[in-house]
Design a protein around this ligand. Structure first.
Ligand SMILES: [Zn+2]
Ligand SMILES: [Zn+2]
Length: 345
């Protein structure tokens, strides 16, 4: 069955109804997150035939796709929420409701052939390959004018949503702008209209001036505890110099990002005993996606600034948060930053 997107007009958000993997009611019980052991891991080198075919890879010249020897490998998700082959953008209506077919991409980036080496433990050149593959995939999806947004994210650990322990990240490219991104775009647009400045440049500047929440700053990439963090040890990473699109960054910036991620993820691992976490990359939306609204992205390149959010999954989101969108954070961000600065990466 083809997946679809449905619009919730009350909460102003799109929802993906993905039916690729048929779930029976009993699949939702406790112990649902079964992790596959190394002996059966389809992401390990030598088991390339057990995954969907390779879409892209960093591998030796003249080597065949879906054979060992690769450093980074991109495949379609086995149970994609959206598919590139699905029908094109066409707004349908079920009476009062709005729906569109589930056109889009859902990819997995396998972060190296080694089952047990997380990003922190990888040699820097391999970690760089992963970040440069993010850049390549963003470029590919931005050439598809039917896709409005591409989100790169990582679920580390079973409670963060990972069903395979082998290090990997994912990409979902959507024909709609997701709600969280749209809110960020609207805030930064307004800030620019009022001040002629980028909101995230201002944020980074403020953090550097105060220093209290900074965890890492090499002059190119800055990591700090979010002033209004929703979750304990939630972190924000951004380039110090203004740039809207991650995929326009040069190799130097990516090398600095490797060092920053290894540093802050290492500190989280030491301080919190390898916590499950999610990281999410927010890069600029596709300004050429159709339909184009005249004047819509006029100041995008000045007002939006790519960044990464890291959210350790230390607490469960409960009724109040779900019902209100208001989060209760039990760790003061300044204190989180102090603890993180004090431990070894
Ligand atoms: Zn593996
Ligand atoms: Zn900026």
């Amino acid at each position: 069955m083809v997946s679809s997107l449905r619009y919730d007009a009350l909460q102003k958000r799109w929802v993906i109804i993905a039916t690729e993997r048929q779930h029976r009611p009993q699949d939702f019980g406790a112990g649902q997150s079964i992790t596959v052991s190394r002996e059966h891991c389809p992401f390990c080198a030598g088991r390339e035939q057990q995954t969907p075919p390779e879409i892209a890879a960093i591998r030796p010249l003249h080597s065949e796709p879906d054979t060992p020897g690769w450093r980074v490998r991109v495949i379609e998700n086995k149970y994609p929420a959206l598919r590139i082959s699905n029908a094109v953008w066409e707004l349908g209506a079920e009476g009062f409701y709005e729906t569109i077919p589930g056109y889009g991409a859902h990819e997995v980036i396998i972060e190296g052939p080694d089952h047990d080496k997380s990003f922190i433990d990888l040699p820097s050149d391999l970690a760089f390959d992963i970040l440069s593959m993010y850049r390549e995939r963003l470029n590919v999806h931005m050439d598809d004018l039917r896709l409005k947004y591409t989100l790169i994210f990582k679920n580390h650990g079973a409670t963060a949503g990972a069903s395979l322990l082998h290090p990997h990240s994912q990409i979902i490219a959507t024909p709609v702008t997701p709600r969280t991104i749209r809110m960020e775009l609207m805030s930064t647009l307004k800030h620019f209209a009022e001040t002629n400045r980028c909101m995230i440049c201002d944020m980074v500047q403020k953090e550097r001036d105060e220093g209290e929440r900074i965890i890492y700053d090499d002059g190119t990439i800055v990591a700090f505890a979010n002033y209004a963090a929703r979750f304990p040890y939630e972190l924000f990473i951004a380039p110090a110099r203004h740039e809207t699109f991650y995929n326009r960054e040069n190799d130097h910036t990516l090398h600095c990002l490797v060092n920053c991620l290894k540093d802050v993820l290492g500190r989280l691992r030491t301080l919190l005993s390898d916590p499950p976490y999610n990281y999410i990359m927010h890069s600029g939306p596709n300004p050429n996606a159709e339909p184009i609204f005249p004047g819509f992205w006029k100041t995008l390149e000045q007002d939006y600034h790519w960044h990464i959010e890291i959210i350790p999954r230390l607490v469960k989101t409960a009724g109040f948060e779900w019902g209100s969108g208001l989060h209760i954070n039990i760790v003061q961000p300044e204190q989180a930053a102090r603890f993180l600065r004090e431990v070894e990466p």
